[in-house]
Write a protein that binds this ligand. Structure first.
Ligand SMILES: [Zn+2]
Length: 410
């Protein structure tokens, strides 16, 4: 009898009693939305949505992997959901020297967000398409033309997400700060107050900039965060004039903008996300053994961040070439690999090649006496069609001809 049968309702990660929800073996947003590869009643909701989502979001939208994702993957979990890249800071300088808010869209093309910049003596409206600007304005009018305008600020509180919600009441033609509450769930139809990284703060000559980085979303950056009311008043006053006098729109920008992007690259969150994917494959492959003590350490690292995982990122093209050879286009590849350590002990490692460029390696267990996997196993993940395929070593070898011999000698 396996251990799942003796304790059926325990989370494979935290050993909690649930409730449970379906966990994708490979993240849906990275192309793994394949219903044949779901862990059902194995991962609890607290681990799945409370812990995993946060670091998975970092891997997906802020890391090196997110560059591959926006360049090669047409859509995320669903057809409507376009991959996004969220750099720490993105600067684009126009002909006039304005530092604009910009993001990236498919194919790594720069997309200038519709935005309002307020300087001490002038207001600028910038967008690349009139239609985009119109929907930005109507969203803004909707948000500002209510009795209360909510400004949300995400707090840096570590594991649990908390938000300050500042309420501004409009009366006698002016916005006045009325109250601030603290919550775990941000309200809808609000404006996000984003901070300007210290390094670039003194390069931003404006008082404030209000922009929309995705449809329906409004973000605000201020050189002085205590002056939200002043900024709201200025925008509110300017809005009716803009709709009457579209000549004042600045609707185009320079053909050769100067772009600077600061992004995260790789972090401990990325290590945890990659280790979690690796462990999910192990659960899928042989669920009973994942409760063994041999995996206590990796589970603790995934759940809490300590002990710190060894850096999982590899920069060795020949290693990738040996292990995965030439995997099919538009596929990620994962290899679960037992290694004989002698004296009846074995280790279990997982190598992963994401978007054909990012190679990672995670040790799931070191020198265990239990027999984990009898043989190496490959998974290919078609991130365009969301199809996962399991291949034995022989099958993978026949199709793609890797050179694992050199890997064993490492
Ligand atoms: Zn759990």
């Amino acid at each position: 009898m396996n251990q799942f049968e003796t304790s059926p309702a325990r989370c494979a990660y935290c050993n909690g009693c649930g409730p449970f929800n379906d966990e994708h073996v490979f993240p849906a947003g990275l192309g793994g939305n394949d219903r044949a590869f779901l862990l059902k009643n194995i991962v609890c909701m607290n681990c799945n949505t409370g812990i995993f989502s946060k670091f998975e979001g970092v891997l997906m939208r802020k890391s090196l992997v997110s560059l591959g994702r926006i360049a090669y993957q047409p859509h995320g979990r669903t057809k409507r959901d376009a991959p996004v890249f969220e750099p720490v800071e993105n600067g684009l300088v126009s002909d006039d020297g304005d530092l604009l808010e910009a993001g990236y869209k498919k194919g790594f093309n720069v997309a200038i967000h519709p935005q309002i910049i307020i300087y001490e003596d002038k207001i600028k409206f910038i967008a690349t398409e009139a239609e985009e600007l119109n929907s930005f304005f109507s969203n803004l009018e909707k948000t500002l033309n209510t009795e209360k305008t909510l400004i949300v600020e995400e707090l840096n509180t570590g594991a649990a997400r908390r938000y300050n919600v500042h309420t501004f009441t409009y009366s006698n033609d002016t916005f006045v700060s009325s109250e601030t509450t603290n919550t775990s769930k941000p309200p809808k139809n609000s404006i996000w107050l984003r901070s300007i990284p210290e390094k670039t703060a003194n390069r931003k000559p404006f008082d404030g900039i209000l922009y929309s980085d995705r449809p329906g979303n409004l973000s605000l950056k201020l050189s002085d965060k205590t002056k939200v009311d002043r900024f709201l008043n200025a925008v509110h006053k300017a809005l009716p004039k803009i709709s009457k006098d579209p000549e004042h729109y600045e609707t185009s920008i320079t053909e050769h903008p100067l772009i600077s992007t600061t992004f995260l690259g790789w972090s401990q969150d990325c290590d945890r996300a990659v280790a979690k994917i690796a462990f999910n494959f192990l659960i899928f492959e042989c669920s009973p053994i994942v409760r063994d003590r041999a995996f206590a350490k990796i589970k603790r690292s995934i759940l809490t961040g300590t002990p710190k995982l060894p850096l999982s990122l590899k920069q060795d093209d020949s290693l990738s070439g040996n292990i995965f050879a030439r995997p099919p286009e538009n596929h990620h590849v994962v290899l679960l690999h037992p290694l004989d350590m002698g004296k009846g002990r074995s280790a279990l490692i997982c190598m992963m090649l994401l978007y054909g460029t990012t190679l990672t390696s995670v040790t799931l267990a070191e020198k265990t006496s239990i027999r984990t996997l009898p043989n190496p196993v490959y998974y290919t993940i078609d991130y365009i069609n969301h199809r996962i395929n399991r291949l034995s070593l022989v099958e993978y070898h026949r199709r793609y001809n890797p050179d694992l011999g050199s890997f064993f000698r490492l």
